[in-house]
Design a protein around this ligand. Structure first.
Ligand code: GRG
Length: 291
C-alpha cells in the first residue's frame, strides 16, 4: 500500500527532467523498511482513522526520511558508498543530482501533505500534522539540529546530555512525528496523542541506539550499509559513551517503557506493539522478546 502510494505521488521516471526523477525513484524504491510510514498508519488506525486519509501522510514522511538518507550519505556529510543495500545516490547520479533529489523529495513531501482532501475537520488536522512533521524535520528541535550537533561532535568527547539531544532530534523526532501525525489526522484526543507520541519517541531512541550497536558490532547486512563507519568518523554514539552492555540494556528498557505507554489503548495498539517488539529483536544478541 505504501509503495503504491509513493508510486502514485512521485513523478514518473519518464517525466522531464528524467535524471532527477530517476534519482528520486532509485532511492525511494531501494527496499527501505518503511518503518515510519507504517507507524503513521498503525497509530492513526489505533484511534479509528481511515487508511485513505493516513496514506498521503505516511508517504510524505517516507519521502522526508529518504531525502535525509540521500543527504546524510553525501561526501560532505557521512561520505557513504552503500545505502539500502545498493550504491548511494551520489555514487550513481553524481553529487549535484543527489543533492537535488534530496531537495525535491523534501519539497514533494509537503506538496503531497498540502494536496490531500481539505474539507473540515480535516483541514485543521492537516495543518497541525504539517506543523508536527516540519518541526521534526527541521531545527531547532528536529532532524537538522541533530545532524548539525552530530557533525560538530565528531572526534570530541561529548557529555551524555549532548548524545541524548542528538538521538532525540536526529532520529526520535521523526518517529514521534510519524505516530503523532497519524494520531492528529485520525482525530485522536489530546490524551491519546500524548500516549502515542511518547511511545514514538521511546522506540525512536531505542532504534538509534540499536543502529549504533549494529554499526559498532559490524552488522552491515542488518543495516544494509557499511558498518563500522561511526568508529572511523569518531562519531559520538551510545556504545562509545555507555559501553555495549549498557546500551543494549537501555534500548531494551526504552522498548519496555514504550509498550507500557500503549497499555491504555488495549488491543487497538496491537500493530504498534508488534512494531516495538520487532525493533527489540534488532538488538544484537539481546533484547527482551525472544520471538
Ligand atoms: C540538509 C544537507 C542536509 C542534510 C540532512 C537530516 C539529515 C541530513 C540526516 C538525518 C539523519 C539521519 C540519517 C539519521 C539516521 C536515522 C536512521 C537510523 C536511519 C536509518 O533508518 P532505517 O533503518 O532505514 O529505517 P530504511 O532504509 O529501512 O528506511
Amino acid at each position: 500500500m505504501i509503495n503504491d502510494g509513493l508510486d502514485r505521488w512521485l513523478p514518473k521516471e519518464t517525466e522531464e527532467p528524467t535524471s532527477i526523477h530517476r534519482a528520486i525513484r532509485y532511492s525511494v524504491f531501494a527496499g527501505g523498511k518503511r518503518l515510519r510510514p507504517l507507524l503513521v498508519l498503525a497509530s492513526g488506525e489505533a484511534v479509528g482513522g481511515a487508511q485513505e486519509l493516513l496514506l498521503p501522510v505516511a508517504c510524505a514522511i517516507e519521502m522526508i526520511h529518504t531525502y535525509s538518507l540521500i543527504h546524510d550519505d553525501l561526501p560532505s556529510l557521512d561520505n557513504d558508498d552503500m545505502r539500502r543495500g545498493r550504491p548511494t545516490s551520489h555514487k550513481v547520479f553524481g553529487e549535484a543530482i543527489a543533492i537535488l533529489a534530496g531537495d525535491a523529495l523534501l519539497t514533494l513531501a509537503f506538496q503531497v501533505l498540502a494536496s490531500f482532501p481539505i474539507e473540515e475537520p480535516l483541514r485543521h488536522r492537516k495543518i497541525d500534522a504539517i506543523r508536527e512533521i516540519a518541526t521534526a524535520a527541521g531545527t531547532p528541535y528536529g532532524m537538522i539540529a541533530g545532524q548539525v550537533v552530530d557533525l560538530e561532535s565528531e572526534g570530541k568527547q561529548i557529555d551524555p546530555e549532548t548524545l541524548d539531544f542528538i538521538h532525540a532530534t536526529k532520529t526520535a523526532a521523526l518517529f514521534s512525528a510519524s505516530v503523532g501525525s497519524g494520531a492528529i489526522i485520525a482525530g485522536a484526543s489530546p490524551e491519546e496523542k500524548a500516549i502515542l507520541s511518547n511511545y514514538g519517541r521511546k522506540i525512536g531512541l531505542a532504534f538509534q541506539i540499536i543502529d549504533d550497536l549494529l554499526d559498532a558490532e559490524g552488522h552491515s547486512e542488518a543495516l544494509r550499509k557499511t558498518a563500522g563507519r561511526d568508529l572511523q568518523r569518531r562519531k559520538a554514539t551510545y556504545p562509545q559513551i555507555w559501553g555495549v552492555g549498557e546500551s543494549k540494556k537501555k534500548a531494551a528498557e526504552l522498548i519496555d517503557a514504550a509498550l507500557e505507554d500503549l497499555r491504555p489503548l488495549a488491543s487497538r495498539a496491537d500493530v504498534l506493539r508488534a512494531i516495538a517488539e520487532r525493533i527489540d529483536r534488532r538488538i544484537p544478541n539481546g533484547g527482551n522478546s525472544s520471538g
